[in-house]
Design a protein around this ligand. Structure first.
Ligand SMILES: Cc1cc2nc3c(=O)[nH]c(=O)nc-3n(C[C@H](O)[C@H](O)[C@H](O)COP(=O)(O)O)c2cc1C
Length: 326
């Protein structure tokens, strides 16, 4: 067993891996301003054929993590030898906590089933899990859906995860076939708590502090939040302070503006040129669900320069006055 990336007496709040979004710049923004306890890389593809199992850019991102909070590197792949070699490369690059993606509904590689597709081939899991367990010196976790097309598949797999030496499980209780439709079914999470002694991190549709606190009180080891953290980056602090009431619209707009304004220089430094940085900023806006913001978000999404984007953000969000729009 490797050591967990959190203290046994705490319930960690984790920022979820989101491909195309949770790059090092966005993670740094969260770490510095919103304090999740643990962050994850976007999934890192493991090459079956190449001598170098992980792309150079992915290794550079892993090496660049200097924050004091743990970074967990998430691998996606389908060959035991390649995954184990990739885990060695990650550890040599300075990161000791690894996670295997068993959830992504779009993770299939041309060479084989990966991510959530692996739940359609559960007979392949023990070899992959054990190969990783043998080499990972820190914590080894899996992030899984409840099943491929039946959420009760989880209950057959819980003993497999435990027997293969997984340290903790991040559970997104939708099926792979469901993709993102419907709601995450946290009754499955509650049942899993009764059926395994593995620590379970709850994930899926935790978009308010209230929902998160309720799951924590029911015995999950911690929470992982993805889209809810983009919509409300302060959710980690609201959870820590058990603040369940929602801020009013003026404050919500100001908080959102402060988040995105902070991202602008980070994205300009990370991405190649203004156009790409702007496109990536707009990707973040796609995850802000508040209906009353959509008209103003639409204007931001149509802007063609960072200067215009920033002006609109300041005018319509940071300096928004309720009565002006009444
Ligand atoms: C755009 C996007 C990209 C994602 N990329 C990943 C990924 O790289 N690895 C992963 O395990 N899950 C990925 N997910 C799934 C999230 O980590 C999370 O499990 C899911 O969104 C449910 O949690 P939420 O409701 O808090 O967002 C992604 C989700 C979204 C929306």
């Amino acid at each position: 067993m490797g050591s967990l990336p959190w203290n046994a007496d705490s319930q960690p709040l984790m920022l979820a891996p989101m491909q195309g979004l949770t790059n090092e710049a966005l993670r740094a923004c969260f770490i510095e301003n919103y304090q999740p306890d643990i962050v994850f890389t976007e999934f890192v593809r493991v090459q079956g054929q190449s001598r170098k199992r992980i792309a150079r850019a992915d290794l550079a991102e892993i090496r660049s993590h200097s924050a004091s909070i743990p970074l967990v590197v998430q691998l996606i792949g389908h060959e035991a030898v390649a995954l184990a070699a990739a885990a060695e490369e990650v550890q040599a690059a300075g990161c000791r906590h690894l996670n295997l993606n068993l959830g992504c509904p779009y993770g299939r590689m041309t060479t084989g089933a990966t991510g959530g597709e692996l739940l359609n081939h559960p007979e392949k899991l023990p070899a992959l899990l054990m190969a990783l367990r043998r080499v990972v010196q820190g914590s080894f976790s899996v992030k899984c859906r409840a099943g491929y097309n039946m959420s009760r598949q989880l209950f057959d797999l819980l003993p497999v995860y435990a027997d293969c030496g997984v340290d903790y499980l991040i559970l997104h209780p939708r099926t792979v076939a469901q993709k993102y439709a419907g709601q995450a079914d946290h009754d499955i999470t509650r049942e899993a708590l009764q059926k395994t002694s593995l620590p379970i991190i709850a994930n899926g549709d935790i978009d308010t502090a209230e929902k998160g606190l309720s799951l924590l009180s029911e015995g999950v080891a911690g929470l992982m939040i993805g889209r809810g953290a983009l919509a409300d980056p302060l959710v980690f602090q609201r959870l820590r302070q058990a603040r369940v009431s929602c801020p009013d619209e003026v404050r919500q707009r100001r908080e959102l503006a402060e988040f995105v304004l902070d991202l602008i220089p980070r994205y300009l430094a990370k991405f190649c040129g203004e156009r790409q940085a702007l496109m990536k900023l707009k990707d973040v806006l796609n995850f802000i669900p508040h209906l009353q913001f959509q008209k103003d978000l639409g204007k931001l999404k149509r802007s063609t320069t960072i200067a215009r984007f920033q002006d609109l953000l300041v005018k319509n969000f940071l300096l928004f006055q309720q009565d002006r729009h009444c």
